[in-house]
Design a protein around this ligand. Structure first.
Ligand SMILES: Nc1ncnc2c1ncn2[C@@H]1O[C@H](COP(=O)(O)OP(=O)(O)OP(=O)(O)O)[C@@H](O)[C@H]1O
Ligand SMILES: [Mg+2]
Length: 255
């Protein structure tokens, strides 16, 4: 396990910018050069993959399905065999780009059965993450799915919202559920697509969450999305600078 490792998970209402902000965080942290970063796409729609210009060959869901099929077909596997196969498969599923690794979770597991496979998968994702300095998880709406499917605990839960009352309500609910049911070290609100200082101030006044900072509405991000360009190529722009200062505010990173 690396020391001073930090795991970030981003959650929030649909469409508020979780994937764009995750990708910007990945760009900043992997740009530090000496640090290894693992980006985990926990959204079945694999938005983070496209935001980073990565095409995943195999997802955790594919690994799970292949395993389940083999177990069903009667390919007998004892625990040790099962664990080393999952270990190999997860390692193989990581797409690498220099000091950046990328892993897609794929669709959620079918409920109920195959708990053994699911819990080994999670354990191995956690062990794999231990080989990286930073882990950035682009979550689905809530943190429960991240905890259930990816890892038990995160360091920084980043609650992403736009200035809308709906967006703020959703992160508030996520925070309340998370505080009761799951493990995270710190949580911070990240406001995105903010059009003015006044808008940021008004949104901050409407929440009791700790505020990590705000990111302006930025045409550079929109343009990159429209053109399907990787956020890793984002030039210096207001949103990227804002994300860097939020990282510093919430985690003292990058130092
Ligand atoms: N700061 C910003 N300035 C301008 N546009 C932005 C900004 N952040 C995100 N966007 C745009 O908003 C849209 C939604 O962003 P994104 O896909 O990152 O949201 P999401 O929360 O991941 O959505 P989903 O819930 O569907 O996964 C995209 O078109 C993206 O380009
Ligand atoms: Mg997304």
């Amino acid at each position: 396990m690396r020391e001073n490792r930090a795991i970030f998970a981003l959650c929030g209402k649909g469409g508020v910018g979780k994937t764009s902000v995750s990708a910007a965080i990945v760009k900043i942290l992997s740009g530090l050069g000496s640090k290894k970063v693992l980006a985990i796409d926990a959204d079945p729609a694999v938005g983070l993959a496209s935001a980073l210009g990565i095409v995943p060959r195999r997802t955790i869901d594919d690994i799970r399905n292949d395993l389940i099929r083999d177990v069903r077909d009667g390919t007998a596997m004892d625990k040790q065999e099962l664990v080393s196969r999952i270990d190999y498969d997860v390692f193989d599923a990581i797409e690498e780009k220099g000091n950046l690794g990328f892993l897609a979770i794929g669709r959620p597991e079918t409920e109920g059965c195959y708990c053994r496979v699911n819990s080994f998968l999670k354990e191995i994702i956690e062990t794999t993450a231990g080989h990286f300095d930073y882990v950035v998880i682009d979550g689905e709406a809530g943190i429960e799915q991240v905890n259930r499917r990816v890892m038990d605990a995160v360091d920084h839960l980043l609650l992403v919202s736009d200035a809308s009352a709906k967006g703020l309500n959703v992160v508030n609910e996520i925070y309340k559920t998370a505080a009761r049911t799951v493990k995270f070290r710190k949580a911070a609100l990240v406001l995105n697509r903010i059009r003015s200082q006044e808008e940021a101030k008004a949104a901050i006044e409407r929440t009791t969450l700790e505020v990590g900072g705000w990111i302006p509405e930025d045409d550079t991000i929109r343009e990159f999305d429209i053109q399907g360009r990787s956020i890793l190529e984002l030039p210096d722009c207001p949103s990227l600078r804002a994300v860097a200062s939020i990282l510093e505010q919430v985690a003292g990173e990058p130092s």
